[in-house]
Every structure is written in structure tokens, then in C-alpha cells.
Design a protein around this ligand. Structure first.
Ligand SMILES: [Zn+2]
Length: 369
């Protein structure tokens, strides 16, 4: 059993760091100064904050202290010279996060680096390539739900490591902040694209707009390079509250260690062929299963480290004092895999929900045998 291959996106040895990857100040269209905004997050126990002003790269120094760092960044979106800004369907936004320490960055602090010129989809791909080409930047796709991008819009693009699956201000202001459907379609196509939750803060110190969604990165340390490396390889999860301590698949069994939750939604993606390679089949089937804490559902959550008998998973959900639960989604998963006639190549994505309807999204785990 121990020799069986373990599939996970999380690095083995690391620490957890809390961060927001999408933030505006008065430098672009936020309501508060750069240092005020940093103070809002620092005061709430965040460990890192990416500042992402529209079309202006910021890399101010002097804010890193006491278990907190600022990641330089920018938000950029193409503009049609002929038709003006933000035409419907044309706001294909990107977030850049610095991938290296400040020395050698592609842009200087306060450099106006956009907007890109909208020249159609091919041009947008060229923009992604250009922005990430020298290896200095991570590229994250802005929440495609708010942009009203269709999956067809999104599928041709590559070269970004993640998409915003939850953008809090877009959700609060217009119910357009959840892009899980876009994410699922990308995974279904065999893309190892990670899902990010962020505030996209524009407001002042308003609890309605801060802390709506964030990421927890498992990294080797707290530096720009180490956090960026964790994001790039998917060693993080997104959340509105529930915590994930470990999540992996071994021998068709999902092992999940997390804070008390009421539900685990599990989505299977299967029959990818060679995962996006030229000759492979695309997903022929995918399905969801829901686990309620030991009380039914498509298969049970076993508590206590893998008894595998379904157990009483409700222990965790019902006990507010419980710091963590170990949920082993038992061998029934193997039966489901057989039932789906999957050939051993599949992906699984897990969403958790606590008693207050807060969600957490684990990154997809791709199992290749
Ligand atoms: Zn923004």
C-alpha cells in the first residue's frame, strides 16, 4: 500500500500561507491607498497579498515584515482601439503575479504596462505568451464568468496556470463571480489548470468585500519565489472558510484531511486518453457524487483515518471543537470507477461545504496510470 503511487498537487514538506491574489488601491480604481489596503489584509492574518492594479505594475518595497509579503503584480485587459473599452465579450482579463524576487523583474515599479491592444483571440494568446515569456510572471485568467466568456472563448488559450473560479466582488455586485463551470470544462479537456478564489478588492476596509475568498498555499517558505512556485504547481487550495490539511489519491481511494465540513462534493472526470495530447480522446464521461457526513449520499465518508466502513463522518461535522477530521473516501470509489468503466486515467475535483455554506475548492488531482 505504501508503495502505491500517491497522486496530489500538494508538496510534501511545506507550510500553509494565506493570501489574496487580486487587489486594487487608489493607484488604479480602488478606494484606499496602497498601504492602507496592505494594512487591511495584514491585520486579518494574511501572509501574502498580490497587488494587481489595472495596467500599472507595482512592486513597492518596504511592506514585507512579520510573516507577511507583498507580491508585485498587475491586471491587464486588451482594448479595442476602434471600439473602445470593455466591449461585451472582449474583456479578456489577465492577472500577472511576479514569479521571482524583485531583482530582474520584467517591469519596473509603477510602470504602465498596458493595456494590450485587442486584435482578436489569436492576438490575445500572443499577449499571454509575451507577458509570461521570460519566466518572470505567472499568468492567471480573470474570472471568466464576469467577462461573460463562453467556454469556447476560453478553450483555445494556453500559457496560464490558473483561472479565478471565485471572484468575490463580482459575486457580491452581480452574482457573476463563480466560474466553476468554466473550470470543469477545462479539466474535462485534460487541462491542469488550477482554481483561485480572490476578493478582487476595490473597496475600503469593508468586511463585506474582504475575506470573501482566498487561497492557502503550501510552500517551502514565505517569499515571492516560493509562493509563486506553489501556485504554479497547484500546491494550494481556495476557500471561504473550510481548511484542507491534506488531499491525495492512492489506489483509487481519496484521502482528505480537513476542518469539520458538512458536505464533500466530488466530481469525476474520466476517459481523457492522453490528457490533451494530439491523439487523445476527450472526456467521454464525468459525474458528481455528494458525501454527507456519514448520513448517506452516493458513498460515505469514513472518519478516523481510514476505517473504510463509512463510519460516522458526522463526528467532524457536528463537533465544533474538532480541529480536523480525516475523511477516507473508501474503496467504494474503486467500485464507482469500475461502474464508470474508466480505464485508470481520470481526474477528481473536491468541493467542501461547511455548516455556514462556505466553500473550499481543492485543485483537481489527475491520476495517470
Ligand atoms: Zn481586478
Amino acid at each position: 500500500m505504501e508503495n502505491a503511487e500517491k497522486f496530489t498537487t500538494l508538496i510534501k514538506n511545506g507550510q500553509w500561507y494565506k493570501g489574496n491574489t487580486h487587489t486594487h488601491s487608489l493607484i488604479s480604481d480602488g478606494r484606499c491607498s496602497y498601504d492602507e489596503v496592505i494594512g487591511f489584509y495584514k491585520g486579518r492574518g494574511y501572509n501574502f497579498l498580490a497587488m494587481t492594479e489595472h495596467e500599472i505594475y507595482t512592486a513597492h518595497e518596504g511592506f514585507d515584515a512579520g510573516g507577511f509579503i507583498v507580491i508585485p503584480g498587475m491586471e491587464t485587459a486588451p482594448v479595442s482601439q476602434e471600439e473602445g473599452y470593455n466591449i461585451s465579450g472582449m474583456y479578456h482579463g489577465l492577472l500577472l503575479l511576479a514569479k521571482k524576487e524583485r531583482a530582474g523583474l520584467k517591469y519596473a515599479n509603477m510602470q504602465k504596462a498596458g493595456p494590450l491592444e485587442w486584435t482578436g483571440q489569436r492576438g490575445f494568446q500572443a499577449s499571454i505568451d509575451s507577458l509570461s515569456s521570460d519566466g518572470d510572471n505567472l499568468v492567471i485568467m480573470h474570472c471568466p464568468r464576469w467577462n461573460q466568456m463562453t467556454p469556447d472563448d476560453l478553450l483555445p488559450y494556453s500559457g496560464y496556470c490558473a483561472i479565478e473560479i471565485y471572484n468575490h466582488v463580482c459575486q457580491e455586485m452581480g452574482m457573476q463571480g463563480n466560474a466553476e463551470a468554466h473550470w470543469d470544462l477545462l479539466i474535462r479537456s485534460g487541462r491542469s489548470v488550477w482554481g483561485i478564489a480572490s476578493d478582487d478588492l476595490h473597496a475600503n476596509n469593508d468586511p463585506r468585500f474582504i475575506g470573501g475568498g482566498w487561497i492557502m498555499a503550501k510552500a517551502t517558505g514565505l517569499s515571492i519565489g516560493e509562493i509563486a512556485a506553489a501556485i504554479e504547481r497547484g500546491s494550494f487550495y481556495s476557500t471561504q472558510g473550510p481548511l484542507i490539511y491534506d488531499c491525495f489519491i492512492r489506489e483509487d481511494t481519496i484521502h482528505l484531511e480537513c476542518s469539520p465540513v458538512e458536505k464533500a462534493y466530488i466530481t469525476f472526470f474520466g476517459d481523457f486518453g492522453d490528457f490533451g495530447g494530439s491523439g487523445g480522446k476527450r472526456a467521454a464521461f464525468f459525474s458528481g457524487a455528494t458525501c454527507w457526513g456519514g448520513k448517506g449520499g452516493d458513498f460515505a465518508i469514513g472518519a478516523g483515518g481510514g476505517s473504510g466502513d463509512g463510519g460516522d463522518g458526522a463526528n467532524g461535522a457536528d463537533d465544533a471543537n474538532s480541529a480536523a477530521c480525516v475523511y477516507t473516501l473508501d474503496k467504494r470509489l474503486g467500485k464507482i470507477m469500475q461502474g464508470l468503466k474508466l480505464d485508470g486515467t481520470y481526474a477528481v475535483r473536491i468541493t467542501l461545504e461547511d455548516g455556514r455554506k462556505n466553500l473550499a475548492w481543492a485543485n483537481p488531482i489527475f491520476v495517470r496510470k
